[in-house]
Design a protein around this ligand. Structure first.
Ligand code: HEM
Length: 351
């Protein structure tokens, strides 16, 4: 069992010391403001379509700045989690910080729930209420008791890793590759998806993929809740944070694809569906959520896998400097891959 250090202040990687309370409040407060970034992106994109000359260029800067702002809750949450450095000053709200990290995915989870239950009011009101409440809880803070890890945690971690490897081989490489191919042309993407569907939509493979993803989410949430500290190991903290991000994304993604679209409305979940129907991803405010959402999802999935690979390599006695370099290489490539994939969904074509 790990010791619980007193609530003190928080040193963010040798930078200025900020109080533990501020470190707890900042992530949920920034998540509260997240819808503004999506609104900024949509407003700038709309202006870009209509304006000419310098206004168009200003709108392009506005769209880029909005996308960068959309990353702020996740970046700040991660900095706070790393700056935590083994102390428990704000650990009572550690889950709030992890949820704030996943804001781009949760904002779509909320949209999916609103669509599913046919809410007639603006669902962003719920976002405001929830994040104001979470900010208040974070401000109140509470000491958290360290928790004993059950003996079977090691076996669960192993199973989580094996299941991830099977998912990668059975589905994920092909799925992400197929969306990346959108950059080369919509027709090519559709042809490849139709071929792949024969495999992953078959009566045997599809239930296995869905079961494995459900297991990943359930086991991942458990592992995230027992991993209390990551002193001086930003990669471990990144693994936990991106794991929560992937779980939040999958909740929205599976819910919308299976429950809302395929079984509920009965529509084909193809390219037209993924890219915001005929109006496009930036065609209305609701669709615009999906731009940072898909960027976030693709990036955190690859970053999470990179951190997992690092753990496996370290367990096989690879040198830490080399494993870190490999992980950083995959994470940076994941960022480029995510941007290219979403650019393809927005209409960019190579060649
Ligand atoms: C740019 C990113 C992504 C886009 C645009 C996207 C889009 C889609 C679409 C359109 C489908 C329906 C496929 C079909 O009808 O054949 C689908 C299915 C699915 N996606 Fe994604 N996806 C993305 C990333 C991911 C990621 C990162 C994961 C996992 C971490 C994931 C997991 C799944 C799963 C489990 C299914 C259900 C597959 C089945 O039918 O059995 N997706 N996705």
């Amino acid at each position: 069992m790990t010791d619980v250090a007193p609530a003190e202040s928080l040193s963010v990687r040798g930078g200025p010391v900020i109080s533990a309370r501020m470190a707890a409040i900042l992530p949920p407060f920034l998540a509260l403001l997240y819808p503004l970034a999506v609104w900024g992106l949509f407003a700038s994109a709309s202006l870009m379509r209509e304006a000419e000359g310098t206004t168009k260029i200003a709108a392009l800067y506005g769209a880029t700045a909005s996308l960068l702002c959309a990353a702020i809750p996740s970046l700040v949450s991660f900095a706070m989690l790393v700056g935590h450095n083994g102390r428990e000053g704000y650990s009572g709200t550690r889950w709030i910080t992890l949820l704030a990290f996943a804001a781009p995915a949760l904002f779509t989870v909320e949209r999916v729930i609103a669509a599913g239950f046919r809410w007639t009011f603006d669902d962003r009101l719920v976002w405001i209420v929830v994040w104001v409440a979470l900010t208040a809880i974070a401000a109140a803070g509470r000491e958290r008791k360290a928790r004993l890890q059950p003996a079977w945690t090691g076996r669960l971690r192993f199973a989580h890793g094996v299941s991830a490897a099977v998912i990668l081989a059975l589905f994920l490489i092909a799925h992400l590759g197929n969306h990346f191919i959108g950059l080369l042309g919509t027709d090519l993407h559709i042809q490849v998806m139709e071929m792949l569907r024969v495999w992953y939509r078959s009566g045997i493979v599809e239930p296995v993929i869905v079961a494995l993803f459900l297991f990943q989410v359930a086991s991942g949430v458990w592992l995230a809740s027992i991993r209390q500290y990551a002193p001086n190991d930003p990669f471990r903290m990144l693994q936990v944070a991106t794991g929560v991000g992937v779980a939040a994304f999958l909740s929205a993604h599976m819910l919308v694809i299976f429950i809302v679209a395929r079984w509920g409305v009965g529509i084909d979940t193809n390219w037209v569906f993924a890219t915001g129907f005929k109006v496009g991803l930036l065609g209305n405010l609701s669709n615009a959520r999906q731009v940072p959402y898909y960027l976030f999802a693709t990036f955190v999935t690859i970053a999470h896998l990179a951190c997992g690979l690092r753990v496996v390599l370290l367990a096989h006695s690879w040198r830490i400097a080399i494993t870190n370099r490999i992980a950083v290489g995959i994470i940076v490539s994941g960022g480029v891959f995510a941007i290219a994939t979403v650019a393809g969904m927005l209409g960019l074509r190579l060649g």
